[in-house]
Design a protein around this ligand. Structure first.
Ligand code: B12
Ligand code: SF4
Ligand code: SF4
Length: 308
């Protein structure tokens, strides 16, 4: 990355890399190979990977580079009232204010590049692969990326830019050295999603794949209810990771819900039926887009024996 842009991004708490637009082809090829060699579950790839777009954007047909940015993200803690007790659950890093964060990064990049006459626009690309190949991140055995100083507690955002990039770093996919002698994530994953016979996640076994599904799709029968640990997502392969020790206390406390409000959430009532102060709380804490998942996801957490 041009050193001055990299330094300017750091002032905003971001880390970034720029690579040539020619790398689009390699990203596309790699994902297409995975899609065609049978290593990815078909339902998973249809649902989760079909949104990638490896073409040049209409908004910027003259794009000359790709920019990938990592930004620090906390876990966000919510409090519910259940059986007369207060009980807390997390939303993992990256979910809360996700689109807002990407827009903020985009605006910052545009402000930084504008004096030189360049700009950026968001890209729908495989961001971990781009981050690792550009040298911004390394893969953990859990298939999550790790960035220096941020562990895995970061959000990745990718952009097209008309900023020229004649030289770049483009390395082979790399796993952290520490993973050679550690399997804490694999051992703590209850579903077998982190395989011991290959690197690539068995995404169709991952709790996150299932608890991000629309509410009307029940959890599969093989999934033990006691495995659920977050309102959405799962933290079981990040919490035991020695590389994440520095990030575990990055926790932001958010909204608290009374017994009546908790009940309304698990009943899946439409937002129009909520008292105005509850709607305000949901808006402020950016939970509205997750509301649809509460009847299934919050209910299973509240019904765990330790929650009763
Ligand atoms: C699909 C998806 C999911 C799926 C599948 C996850 C997966 N591993 O593919 C599900 C729903 C399960 C999911 C879960 C989560 N996700 Co998600 N997800 C995505 C999404 C949309 C695409 C990821 C992707 O490209 N998958 C395709 C596979 C093929 O790519 P890959 O995982 O990079 O795999 C490469 C490696 O396996 C490598 N490889 C293969 N063999 C080998 C061997 C060696 C030795 C090495 C080193 C590499 C290697 O090659 C593959 C590429 O060809 C991205 C957003 C985006 N646009 O990129 C977010 C994203 C990856 N998710 C994110 C997050 C935070 C999560 C969760 C951590 C959330 C949570 N706490 O609950 C979990 C993590 C689960 C896990 N252990 O991976 C963040 C990642 C941030 C980070 N620090 O890594 C992203 C980037 C969103 C964002 N904007 O920040 N996610
Ligand atoms: S997010 Fe949870 S289910 Fe998915 S791989 Fe990690 S520990 Fe396993
Ligand atoms: S828990 Fe260990 S093996 Fe897993 S990602 Fe972290 S360091 Fe690597």
């Amino acid at each position: 990355m041009k050193p001055e842009l990299s330094d300017q991004l750091r002032e905003f708490g971001y880390q970034g890399r720029v690579v040539s637009i020619q790398r689009l082809r390699e990203l596309k090829q790699e994902i297409e190979t995975r899609l065609s060699d049978g290593s990815l579950d078909k339902t998973f790839s249809d649902e989760n990977l079909s949104g990638f777009d490896f073409g040049l954007p209409e908004k910027m047909p003259d794009a000359r580079s790709l920019i990938v940015v990592a930004v620090k993200q906390p876990q966000v803690r919510f409090t519910f009232t259940w059986n007369d007790a207060r009980i807390q659950f997390m939303v993992p890093p990256t979910y809360v204010r996700a689109p807002g964060t990407d827009i903020q990064i985009e605006n910052t990049l545009n402000e930084l590049l504008d004096p030189a006459g360049y700009r950026v626009t968001q890209a729908r690309l495989p961001k971990k692969l781009l981050a690792v190949r550009s040298g911004l991140a390394e893969y953990g055995k859990n298939n999550i990326t790790y960035v220096s100083g941020l562990g895995s507690f970061h959000r990745l955002a990718a952009f097209y830019s008309d900023l020229p990039c004649d030289e770049d770093v483009w390395q082979e996919t790399k796993m952290m050295a520490r993973c050679e002698t550690c399997s804490a994530c694999l051992n703590n994953c209850p579903t077998g999603a982190i395989p011991s016979d290959r690197f690539l996640l068995r995404a169709e076994r991952c709790i996150v794949f299932h608890n991000e599904h629309p509410n009307e799709i029940p959890f599969p029968s093989w999934m033990d209810p006691s495995w659920h640990n977050c309102i959405v997502g799962c933290m079981l392969c990040q919490i035991p990771c020695p590389e994440d020790r520095v990030c575990l206390d990055w926790i932001e406390d958010s909204a608290e819900f009374s017994a009546e409000e908790t009940q309304l959430l698990i009943e899946g009532r439409p937002i129009g039926e909520f008292p105005p102060e509850m709607t305000e709380k949901l808006n402020e804490s950016d939970l509205v887009y997750l509301l649809e998942l509460f009847p299934r996801n919050l209910k299973v957490l509240l019904e765990k024996p330790e929650s009763s």
